[in-house]
Design a protein around this ligand. Sequence first.
Ligand code: SF4
Ligand code: SF4
Length: 384
Amino acid sequence: MKTHKISRTQFVREGACLAAGAFFSDVFAPQTACAQENRPQCTSQPSGCPGTATAGKSGLTLRPYELLCLVCSLGENQGCPQNAKLAAALEKIRRQPDIPLTLCCNAGDVYSYQDPGTEADTAEGRDYNRKRDFDILLKLDAAPGATQPARIWLAMLLKRISTVAGLCAYSGVTSEAWKGCAKAASGCYERAQKQGLNLLIPPRDEAEMTREKEASIAALKSAKEVTIRPHILVCAVCQYGGGTRPPFKPDNLPELLQMILTERPDVPVKFVRGADWMMCAPCPSRVAATNACVCGAIKSGGLYNELKDLNVLQRLGLNFGSTMKARDLCLLIFEKIPTVTGVCALDIDGLAAQSIWRDGCGGKPHPFYDKGRKALLEKLGGKA
Ligand code: SF4
Ligand code: SF4
């Protein structure tokens, strides 16, 4: 059988890794103002460095250890990495938290296509640098050259790596080459890790969410047609069974159900993609600029929620763009989805604790759905 080994040059040229091009642009392109002056410019505010290039569509490439050092530097120096490259990376991530971030390291062997070279190695030496990157990727259960939104990498890192002990320095020093990083025992990483993701990526602004709640509820009340992503109509049943009633701060589902049960049972409901504004507008997990959802333990809800939507559509025999009268749609859901297991509660059996597919609703019983379905069936005059 013919083997197909590709070089690093090919890897970049063929676009095998989305952000690999960004590696070269980061290394060889004119440096940002921060980097040129080799001084940190960021502030503890997300507005960051004046003069720093804004994050483009291309993405960002870091070594695995640099992601760890980014967190460590915030524990050392609140809000501002001293290292210019890390300051620029943080600036980009704060401006665009879901920027594609590639973690490349000198892996060799079949992963040599993504080896970045030793330019970014720290002074401890080549073997230590390779081992440190490998140990971090092992903890993250990730392949060299893997790309994900920066927000997900950081959330995963903070969940999976609570200490740098054993990664950046070892319990016994076997030789000068394996002394490790002088900051490993400083507690800087551990201090920042305890503060969590908000230290790196600020959450949605409360006042903005309040404004969005008011505006979206006003739009819902007068809507000729309600737009909603499919699986959250099933979530609305669960909420109802659990006793949630309007007003509800984080989403507009209880308000929608109340509207269907009282004034407008025949309002047309249309299935649309993503964290659509009409229902999701006030949610802390909504990214308004991209209509994306970043819920979940490691912020990967944007992935598994897409699958939940498709599961619901498949069960109902509908598609995105399908429109039905609200009451008829609810009754169809009650008929075709007698239980949420395997539909919007995904099968997560055997997945790692911080898998990007791990859905908080998966792998447990759902008595609230059963209760909500029964109560709403009665109220809407359907048959059990
Ligand atoms: S201990 Fe050193 S190598 Fe490890 S994260 Fe901190 S600065 Fe980076
Ligand atoms: S943004 Fe995500 S978590 Fe929030 S209501 Fe919409 S789908 Fe649910």
